[in-house]
Design a protein around this ligand. Structure first.
Ligand code: THU
Ligand code: ZN
Length: 161
């Protein structure tokens, strides 16, 4: 793993339970704290449909204009076409007209520091530059940059040459 940027722990805020926050919220990008984004990911995770792996994931994706779109993983009996939380979040954002993103928070609810898988990293790389931030939920929140987690990947620029 590339060395992540560690962020000091903050006291556990009282977070609302599932259903108390809207799936989409809008606020100025700089006012949206990392903890708020992680809380939104945890709330989204509560809706995960994971009868097979029982591994729940939630993602909260912040757009460049400060909107937040969330997603959870949704599994399938055929196992192979389960939707990942990050895919669901970016799908909701793009289908709502967004193409520019600042950061995403991802959680499994276990504080295991899970990061987006390779497929989801590539999905982010379609829309996000290398400085796009990936906030993970470990013993303390940790921030990675997409360029560190998925260096030198194919983008539309390659296809344009
Ligand atoms: N999962 C995600 O939602 N995002 C990832 O990037 C990693 C994996 C889900 C898929 C499956 O439902 C469960 O986690 C176990 O792999
Ligand atoms: Zn994934």
């Amino acid at each position: 793993m590339p060395s992540p940027r560690s962020v000091p722990p903050t006291p556990d805020p009282e977070r609302p339970t599932a259903g108390e926050t809207d799936r989409i919220s809008t606020r100025p990008a700089d006012a949206q704290s990392m903890d708020d984004l992680l809380d939104a990911a945890r709330d989204a995770m509560d809706a995960a449909y994971t009868p097979y792996s029982e591994y729940t994931v939630g993602a909260a994706l912040e757009t460049s204009d400060g909107s937040v779109y969330t997603g959870c993983n949704i599994e399938n009996a055929n196992y192979s076409n389960s939707l990942h939380a990050e895919e669901v979040a970016i799908g909701a954002a793009v289908s709502d007209g967004h193409r520019s993103f600042e950061r995403v928070a991802v959680t499994s609810g276990k504080r295991d520091g899970v990061t987006p898988c390779g497929m989801c990293r590539q999905t982010f790389a379609e829309f996000c530059d290398e400085s796009f931030e990936i906030i993970t939920d470990g013993d303390e929140p940790t921030v990675y940059e997409l360029g560190d987690l998925l260096p030198n990947t194919i983008t539309s620029e390659h296809l344009d040459k």
